[in-house]
Design a protein around this ligand. Sequence first.
Ligand code: IMP
Ligand code: MG
Length: 180
Amino acid sequence: MSGRDHVIDEMISAKSIAARVEALAREIAREFEGSEKLVMVGLLRGSFVFIADLVRELKMNVEVDFLETSSYGNAMESSREVRILKDLRGEIEGADVLVVEDIVDTGHTLAHVLRLLEGRKPARLRTIALLDKPSRRETDVRADWTGFEIPDEFVVGYGIDYAQRNRNLPYIGKVRFTGP
Ligand code: IMP
Ligand code: MG
C-alpha cells in the first residue's frame, strides 16, 4: 500500500534540526560525562536518521544498538499493543542506556520499551525523542530530552514515514491529504 494522495508542507527545516541536534548532543555529553559504557538504543525504523546525526555530534565513546517494535504498519493509528520485532544484540546490565525515539505520540511504545529495558538492570536509563506530540499522550511517559514539541499533525521526513515513504526527506514535513 502506498498511502492516500498527499502533499508535504515543510514544518521544521533541515537547518533547524541540525542546530537542535547539536544542542541536544551537548546536553547528552554533559549528562553522560565519564560514563564507562553508554549504549544508544535506536528504535527502528523511524529513529535511524536522528541517531546517525546524534552520534556524530557526540565526541565520546558510545555503542549503538537497535530495537524494533511493531508499528503503525501502513495506517496512521497507534496499535497500543506493542510487540518487540527485533531485540537488542548486546547486554545492557550495568550500562548507561539512552533510548532514541523519533516521535512520542500516545507514549505506549516508549512506556513498553522502558519497562522492558528497566528489567535488564541498566545503571541509567534515559530517553530522547526528536518530536513530541503532548496533546496525543495516553500514558504518563515523557522523554528526558525532546527536540521539538509539535501539534497533533501527521509528519514525515528525517527518518519518519507515511506508508514507508518520505523517510529520506532532509526536513520534517506535515502531511496534507489531497485525494478522497
Ligand atoms: P506511540 O506509541 O503512540 O507513542 O507511537 C510512537 C510511534 O508512532 C512513533 O515512534 C512513530 O513511529 C509513530 N508515529 C507517531 N506519530 C507519527 C507521525 O506523525 N508520523 C509518522 N509516524 C508517527
Ligand atoms: Mg517509532
